[in-house]
Design a protein around this ligand. Sequence first.
Ligand SMILES: [Zn+2]
Length: 411
Amino acid sequence: MQRGTNLGRLGGYNQAVILDAIRRAHEGVARVELVELTGLSPQTISNVVRRLVDEGLVREDRKAVSGPGKPRTLLKLEVSSRFAIGIHLDPALMTLVMLRLDGEVVASARHEMPVVGQPDRTVEAMADRVRELIAETGVAREKILGIGVAAPGPIDEPRGIVVGPPMLHGWERVSLREPLHKLTGLPVLLDKDVTAAAVAELWASERTTPENFAFIYLGTGLGAGVVLQGEVLRGSSNNIGEIGHYPTQLEVPECYCGRRNCVGMALAFRTLIQQGIDAGLFPQDQDLSGLAETTAAVSRLCMMAKDGRPEAVQICDRAAGQLGAAVAHVANLLDVERIIFGGPLWDGLVDFALPRLRREIQDRFVAHAIHGVVVEGSGLGHQVGALGGACLVLDHALSPKASGLLLGSRT
Ligand SMILES: [Zn+2]
């Protein structure tokens, strides 16, 4: 059953199908080709295209001549006719982006998270940052389709609530969607950060065949976003991808789940820093008071590993080995063609961790006689969560896929 939403699609199903076909044709597409691509009648195409042109979403471009008959007018997406805003809520940082209809970034911003433990203030700050972003770009408000929030899970999506994410202390049950909608007047969607990251990858993909991949998100938490046969999977309650509790062979500090061998804890900032202290890489009184301090220390550890310092290489390589073994299970469970790593911690790890991860995953991949599994880093960088938030909005407004309708804000 589809839920009501205050972020509607731009027109009906046929319009979404036609807009999708125009969006994908970078060089433009003629009406006659749309008939072929969509299976809709010439009359329907003609009516819908006229409406899209009237609404400023599509423009008539140059004429193309091919073969006999009169030249065909090519239709193109009017990329600056609408915009989407994405916010990634991370325990340490709030990242915002604004995208055009074709997914290009027109503006972005990063802010330290204000006063963790006071969710009301954070939601107000989110609204303020959105207003600043809109003012900075000069984009007319009515052109903004909505805001997509990528938040650490678990989330209670039907209620628009974040439910006690492990690193956001004081956020036991925090309503995000309705307050942000009230403060900004814009439609708001909410999804898990890892799922949003997978949506961003899907939008960035140039592949013509349906995608099959898992996006492994490395940040203050560890999670997976999943795309199979070109569809983003979300699970029964939008909380898919909690891989942080896969067991490792290491004894690591106690996880919030109560166990002492969770892979998420093996990769947790504090675990890695403690190993650095034990190895003499950091002073015994290393400042671990806040997220900014721990994030900076992990970046330093990654730099030391990159520079070849043996103790740091050993710590990071061991973490990568454990991660690779866990992710191999994901690859086998889902029979994916690609494993994509990304997120804030990934940037530091990529250089020396990728070969080890490739080895661990590919050695364990069972279907290798049928097809390989590509293991790579995301090209979307540290903004991937925020990009995903904005792509949720674009997906919801533009995509004819049913899954694009599952997230919505009831008002
Ligand atoms: Zn655990």
